[in-house]
Design a protein around this ligand. Sequence first.
Ligand SMILES: NC(=O)c1ccc[n+]([C@@H]2O[C@H](COP(=O)([O-])OP(=O)(O)OC[C@H]3O[C@@H](n4cnc5c(N)ncnc54)[C@H](OP(=O)(O)O)[C@@H]3O)[C@@H](O)[C@H]2O)c1
Length: 214
Amino acid sequence: MRIGILGSGLMGGKLGTLFARSGHDVVFSYARSADKLKSLAKRAGHNARAGTPAEAAEDADALLVAVHWLRMDDVLKQAGELSGKVIVTCSLPMDAGNTGLVIGHTSSGAEELAKKVPKAKVVCAFNTVPSEVFFGVYEAKRKASRPSLVYCGDDAPSKGVAAELIRDVGFEAIDAGPLRIARYTEPFALLMGQLAYEGADGPELAYRFERYPG
Ligand SMILES: NC(=O)c1ccc[n+]([C@@H]2O[C@H](COP(=O)([O-])OP(=O)(O)OC[C@H]3O[C@@H](n4cnc5c(N)ncnc54)[C@H](OP(=O)(O)O)[C@@H]3O)[C@@H](O)[C@H]2O)c1
């Protein structure tokens, strides 16, 4: 596939490199320096190149959006017309200081993005709660009990590796079952972020009820 990376920082840089090394054509775009994009592309191998957001979007089968929420409008503007494109977003709707969610409880980053580019096909992925969100929570709980982290999947050996990594970074790994469980956990990613931020004052629970057409 031709994959355009809009935002080539930690997420875009890493995922774009993985995509390029697994055989996809990748265009890295949107960083503060063109040299950074070039060296990223060089390290990612011969399938990768550096470009502008418009070049990344042109002819792309899929786009990965991995910018801070505050940069979203700018990167979309630079990318140009995105009607019909598949846009995979990992951008979380955080405020400038990364201390709070700018939306939440009633919407998600992917839904807000879908409103900005209504004719694109927006997919929400890799939207794990960033680990740094949990540092404070973990510090507070280090001596008592370990905070839990739920994972799910269908491949037993992969799950073994995931559980080990989760334990390595200090969480209790809880196997939630097969991959199909993921569809129930996604809406809770934002909630978990909010809980982590507000943990000091006790958890706040929000429920979201929606009615889907049909
Ligand atoms: N990191 C995680 O673990 C993680 C996990 C899940 C979701 N997310 C979400 O994914 C999104 C991206 O996260 P990230 O950690 O990859 O962020 P990041 O490392 O800060 O990457 C953002 C990219 O945007 C570029 N950028 C920022 N301001 C710019 C400007 N004025 N002009 C041009 N380019 C600019 C940065 O350029 P430079 O490369 O020059 O800095 C960087 O390439 C965020 O919404 C985050 O919440 C992150």
